[in-house]
Design a protein around this ligand. Structure first.
Ligand SMILES: [Fe+2]
Ligand SMILES: [Fe+2]
Length: 296
């Protein structure tokens, strides 16, 4: 993983990433954005992701954007206005009801595909990248240690039937158990460009390209305050869990970082060629934006 905490001139921000030939398209998936600190760094980091990480496409999991749970209309707008290409969600998808109409009306946001078919939104979005390229973005919820839900494997099979014209395909698998995540990677290997996990808020060190050409990682990790329990204030969680005293789980504020995974897709056949992780501190993003005179 590339962990960046440097500051200084624009040259100081160059990353040691593999070269990106014109035959490849680089997609960056940003892990669960938590609360105000997560939203702040996610929107401020877009130019860094475009210019330093060399992202052609940026997909953001924003299921925890609204005070730690759900996504508000204003959060959606902020991310899209910052030039994020697509947004995924997770088990907190409907926590803010105002997002339901956005899920129905907008083509750059997906909800888990294995919710009831009558639920608002869709599990597949075809996103235009540049002049004449598209990527398919899909999402599904896992079933191990999570609430009962329809089969994610069959739900994604259905999404893929609708995405036959799009070679570059990203699945955000929002799941709790690494076994569930690994099985989804193997199940879709050779049929999608990448299966990347979200939901646990902890990045896993298992990024790889599977034998069939699918990039895989159990969990991308969290974008938000890391001096926390999964983004929430430690004392509040301790009080609730250890002393059984109901408390409000407020979003923490310290050590804000963006966790993301990039993968390079072959533009011709949609196979993943290489994959890697980055974790970037809020200080670094601020220093980069200052050094390059970005206004955020
Ligand atoms: Fe989450
Ligand atoms: Fe989640």
């Amino acid at each position: 993983m590339t962990s960046i905490r440097a500051s200084g001139s624009p040259d100081a921000f160059q990353l040691e990433l593999p070269p990106l030939s014109s035959s490849l398209l680089r997609v960056v998936m940003v892990g669960d954005v938590v609360g105000k600190p997560g939203m702040q760094i996610a929107t401020a980091a877009v130019q860094y992701l475009r210019n330093v990480v060399k992202a052609d496409a940026i997909v953001v999991n924003a299921e925890n954007a609204a005070d730690g749970s759900g996504l508000r209309l204003k959060d959606y707008r902020k991310l899209i206005d910052a030039s994020v290409d697509a947004i995924t969600l997770g088990d907190h998808v409907f926590r803010k009801r105002e997002i339901m109409s956005v899920l129905d009306s907008e083509s750059n946001i997906v909800r888990p595909a294995n919710l009831a078919s009558a639920a608002p939104g869709k599990g597949l979005a075809i996103i235009k990248i540049g002049a004449n390229e598209t990527i398919a973005v899909m999402s599904a919820l896992g079933r191990v240690f999570m609430n009962p839900i329809d089969c994610p494997f069959r739900a994604l099979d259905e999404c893929l039937k609708q995405a036959t014209g799009t070679k570059i395909r990203l699945v955000d698998f929002h799941a709790e158990a690494t076994s569930d995540m690994q099985l989804m990677g193997r199940y879709l290997d050779g049929r999608v460009t990448a299966v990347l996990g979200t939901h646990t808020h902890v990045p896993t060190a298992d990024e790889c390209v599977l034998p069939g050409g699918t990039g895989f990682q159990c969990d991308v990790g969290m974008t938000g305050p890391h001096e926390s329990i999964l983004g929430r204030k430690i004392d509040a969680v301790r009080e609730a869990v250890i002393n059984a005293v109901p408390t409000q789980f407020q979003v923490a504020t310290q050590d804000v970082r963006l966790s993301a995974t990039w993968f390079d897709a072959d533009r011709q056949n949609g196979k993943c060629k290489q994959i890697g992780r980055v974790q970037i501190s809020g200080d670094t993003i601020e220093a980069y934006n200052t050094a390059t005179h970005q206004r955020v």
